[in-house]
Design a protein around this ligand. Structure first.
Ligand code: BES
Ligand code: ZN
Ligand code: ZN
Length: 497
């Protein structure tokens, strides 16, 4: 879908629908709403009077042949509470608009750009254009790739961001940036959505290779023999139960002007997690295809970074393995030696994410990372703590954590910090080795992060546990069920500002 910005008379725009927002409890007495109400012979006033439309967020009203405008329909969307309105509201409204209009078989719609009517929110026009673009493009993703019939039809060709005036350049660059980021997130969702018989570690490496080629990134894929030479016994221990060979995927972005700083993004790429010998219950196990969401998100973020060209070196490191209970699988009680030299007692083979990430983190450090952010569908416990609403963030450096949180706020994603103090180290002490890979029932998200911390040492590091947020169980008006692409936006905002 093309996204155009048009500055001028919004009623003159020829399209299938004009989409306008209304705050909760607002009356069409002034501004844009009053104007639309007048032109349509009081349609909004009557919807408000009957209580049919109140302006609550996610509410909508669809008016046929409204008159007073060239658009054939009028779609009114609830904008929620005026005092809570922000760029993320714009993202969600544009998403609801695009999904709704796609459902109506529309080809085009004009989204009245919120800075034109929500003056009190003081939305910068470029940021708002970016958010609207992201919202619309993200909303049109659907996970039905393998449907051979009843596929979601999409006739949408154009979304017009309509306003009577504004800075045309800011609008244009906001739309461009929004498109780059949303297309990257949708790429991540596509990769995450693939079943595990397709998306093997080898295939994930191939995807990374395609990305590198298309967007001008450097690619290195380490094979098992190379990882063995580097001493990555922890990662290889997880891979040994599978017939699929492990890959360590490294994407590298280098800016034009040399920079001292290298940000490493490290993403868990378990293409299927059976649990290994500590096998999972079969109910819902099919979902474990999304255990590579962190890895896909890393590749997607690198794709957007390559296009936005920040002034810092960036590494994307994805340890890709399949966790299977084959005849050569590692056993509970096995002791493995990680690349760092630290020995690990594998108590539970289902706590495999941390076992591959620790070696990937060591490799990122070897490549010169000065700051690390890792992301992983690491623990079921994060859903117990934060549900499917917040991503958990933990780390060893408050400044860096705060930077990541600030980036998430700019990007409209939700992060919540959990503590990571030394009391939790007790839970992962091992009798036989330096550390063990599980810390018991309590504080599962924290002990998993603590395990990783032991391999990071003093490099500023933040860890994002996306197990609760990477998959959306219930569709929303602005978002399909399935992979969410969570954190692509945060990572891009972190690296590119
Ligand atoms: N991949 C899972 C975590 C997960 C759970 C992701 C639910 C998405 C949804 C991870 O490898 C795992 O199995 N973690 C265990 C750790 C436990 C054995 C300490 C868990 O959370 O149960
Ligand atoms: Zn597991
Ligand atoms: Zn896992």
């Amino acid at each position: 879908m093309e996204i155009k910005a048009i500055l001028g008379n919004i009623y003159e725009i020829e399209c299938d629908a004009l989409v306008a927002g209304m705050f909760e409890g607002e009356k069409p007495e002034e501004g844009l709403l009053a104007e639309i109400d007048n032109r349509t012979g009081g349609v909004i006033a009557s919807l408000v009077e009957t209580g049919e439309f109140t302006g609550k967020s996610a509410e909508s009203a669809y008016i046929h042949n409204p008159g007073g405008m060239k658009a054939r329909r009028l779609l009114l969307l609830g904008a929620g509470k005026q005092e809570e309105f922000n760029t993320d509201s714009v993202r969600k409204m544009a998403g609801t608009a695009a999904r709704t209009m796609r459902g109506k078989k529309a080809r085009s719609f004009a989204f009245v750009h919120p800075p034109a009517w929500a003056a009190s929110a003081e939305l910068p026009i470029g940021e708002s254009a970016q958010a609207a673009t992201e919202g619309a493009l993200l909303s049109l993703f659907d996970p039905d790739k393998y449907h051979t019939s009843d596929k979601t039809e999409n006739h949408l060709e154009t979304m017009i961001l309509a306003a009577s005036n504004g800075d045309a350049d800011a609008l244009k660059s906001g739309v461009e940036r929004g498109r780059i980021i949303a297309e990257a997130a949708n790429f991540a969702r596509d990769v995450i959505n693939e079943p595990s018989n397709v998306m093997t570690p080898t295939e994930l490496a191939r995807k990374a290779g395609e990305t590198a080629k298309s967007y001008g990134l450097e690619l290195e894929v380490l094979e098992e023999a190379h990882m063995k030479d580097l001493g990555m016994g922890s990662l290889l221990g997880v891979a040994q139960g599978s017939a699929e060979p492990a890959k360590l995927i490294v994407l590298r972005y280098t800016p034009k002007a040399a920079s001292d700083e290298t940000i490493a993004i490290v993403g868990k790429g378990v293409t299927f997690d059976t649990g290994g010998i500590s096998i999972k219950a079969s109910d819902g196990m099919e979902k474990m295809k999304y255990d590579m969401a962190g890895g896909a998100t890393t590749i997607a973020a690198m794709r957007a970074i390559a296009q936005l060209k920040p002034a810092v070196n960036v590494l994307g490191v994805v340890p890709a393995v399949e966790n299977m209970p084959g005849g050569r699988a590692q056993r509970p009680g096995d002791v493995v030696r990680s690349m760092s030299g630290k020995t690990i007692e594998v108590i539970n083979t289902d706590a495999e994410g941390r076992l591959i990430l620790c070696d990937a983190i060591s490799y990122a450090r070897k490549l010169g990372a000065t700051k690390i952010v890792d992301l992983a569908t690491l623990t079921g416990a994060v859903s117990v703590a934060l549900g499917d609403v917040y991503v958990a963030i933990l780390g060893n450096n408050q400044e860096w954590i705060d930077e990541v949180i600030a980036a998430s706020k700019r990007a409209g994603e939700k992060l919540w910090q959990l503590p990571l103090t030394s009391e939790y180290r007790e839970q992962i002490k091992s009798e036989i080795a330096d550390i063990k890979n599980v810390g018991g029932r309590k504080a599962g998200t924290i002990t998993a992060a603590y395990f990783l911390r032991e391999f990071v040492d003093d490099v500023p590091w933040a860890h994002l546990d996306i197990a609760g947020t990477a998959w959306n169980e219930n569709g929303k008006p602005h978002l399909a069920v399935g992979p969410t692409g969570v954190c692509v936006r945060t990572l891009v905002s972190l690296v590119c500002g």
